[in-house]
Design a binder for this molecule. Structure first.
Ligand code: GCO
Ligand code: MG
Length: 412
């Protein structure tokens, strides 16, 4: 079980993905996702230049020791680039251990705590009519829980809404599937908080009237509000009984959530851009959130996210792992195994990848009646077809950014 080979594979079937592939002297392979949307090549270089040389010759069984070694020996701790690189190594080692044991990774994490994983999909529409069609189509695909993102009158383009047909035809990309746009420069979007705060509650009222009280609804404010604006939004959405309201304030300031929490009983989710337990230390201890949004890919892997979730469990806080298209099939598989095993699972985001991606990554998870299951193949259950991956070289892509009407850059 000595690591003999470590390859960093970059491929861009429907979007960019970075995958670490480890091979041991007895021929076992393990995969880890290291995709950091819009900054992919920084992680490639971190892995290739600084991590791969440290891995060769190490015992692949020593997952915790390798994690601690990579985290502590760098001296420069934390940060999305470092933690995505550490995550890829950790995930690949769990994959290898599962294969060595002949067991799916969830068995090594304590076994299944449930039969399947509730997952939510992304409905969106510029108008209420388009939104309703989108919600219906997600329900037809079996989704039981649905995230609702809406256009705002006066704003041209906004986070989470499908691009228009012309854009889609020109680029082959639908915006609700992929916010990162291929091209040399990031796309500029516009933002107006007052219009947004006025409009969103009216949309949720319309959705509840049309689809009834049962369906779990979610919404992502994507870091754009001040604490008092966030509190106001949470309060105004209370009648519509959201499953969660996500990322209401910019994530750096954990204390902002105190004010939000004092004013609303709408459940709060945060953390997709956090990368260690230290980012959660205060908000979990003070019980300021209800769901941990971290993905395995961006939080140091299965080992570290499990520690965050065990800490969160003491406060009845549940998992709500980040599962957009920029988490690769390897990252999604890793978080399905972890989600199946931990007691405090809440929900999993599941956006579905494109066809080309599914050809590059052979997967063994199942999706039935709105529930995911990682499957029972040894390890993570994902294999990468390197020939197929080689057909799609890296394409530069950026996430968009926001400007207010007067030209000021705003949080995206
Ligand atoms: C979500 C996220 C994504 C992010 C994207 C950035 O809730 O799924 O907010 O849409 O914007 O993953 O890379
Ligand atoms: Mg989000």
């Amino acid at each position: 079980m000595i690591i003999e080979q470590a390859e960093v594979i970059v491929t861009s079937p429907d979007r960019n993905f970075v995958t670490l592939k480890l091979t041991t002297d007895d021929g076992l392979t393990g995969l880890g996702d290291a995709t950091l949307n819009g900054r992919e090549l920084a992680v490639v270089s971190y892995l290739k230049e600084h991590v791969v040389p440290l891995l060769l010759g190490r015992d692949a069984h020593r997952i915790e020791d390798t994690w601690q070694f990579l985290y502590r020996s760098a001296y420069w701790r934390r940060g999305p680039v470092t933690m995505a690189a550490v995550a890829a190594v950790d995930t690949a080692l769990w994959d290898i251990k599962g294969k060595a044991a002949g067991m799916p990774v969830y068995q090594l994490l304590g076994g299944a705590s449930r039969t399947g994983l509730l997952a939510y999909g992304h409905a969106s529409g510029k108008t209420t009519e388009e939104l309703f069609d989108s919600i219906r189509s997600y329900q037809e695909q079996g989704y039981r829980a649905i995230r609702v993102q809406t256009g705002v009158p006066g704003l041209k383009s906004i986070y989470g809404i499908a691009s228009n047909a012309t854009f889609e035809a020109n680029t082959g990309v639908r915006y609700d599937y992929e916010p990162a746009q291929r091209g040399d420069l990031p796309k500029e979007e516009d933002w107006d908080t007052r219009s947004y705060l006025r409009h969103v509650p009216t949309v949720f009222e319309a959705v509840r009237n049309e689809f009834g009280p049962e369906v779990p609804l979610l919404h992502d404010a994507h870091h754009r509000l001040t604490p008092v604006q966030a509190a106001k939004l949470g309060k105004s959405l209370e009648p519509y009984d959201l499953f969660w309201l996500e990322d209401v304030t910019p994530a750096e300031n954990q204390e902002a959530l105190r004010l939000v929490r004092q004013h609303t009983t709408t459940p709060l989710a945060i953390g997709e851009i956090f990368n260690t337990v230290w980012d959660y230390q205060f908000i979990i201890r003070e019980q300021l959130i209800d769901y941990v949004r971290s993905a395995v890919t961006h939080t140091g892997g299965i080992s570290h996210l499990k520690k965050i979730l065990d800490y969160a469990a003491q406060y009845q806080i549940k998992s709500g792992m980040h599962g957009p298209t920029d988490i690769s099939p390897v990252g999604m598989a890793a978080q399905m195994h972890l989600s199946l095993a931990v007691h405090n699972f809440g929900i999993l985001e599941y956006m579905k990848h494109g066809q080309k991606t599914d050809q590059v990554f052979a997967q063994s998870f199942t999706w039935e009646n709105g529930m995911l299951h990682p499957g029972d193949k040894p390890g993570l259950g994902v294999e990468l077809d390197t020939d197929e991956a080689g057909r799609y070289p890296y394409v530069r892509a950026y996430l968009p950014f926001n400007r207010l009407a007067d030209g000021t850059v705003h949080d995206w």
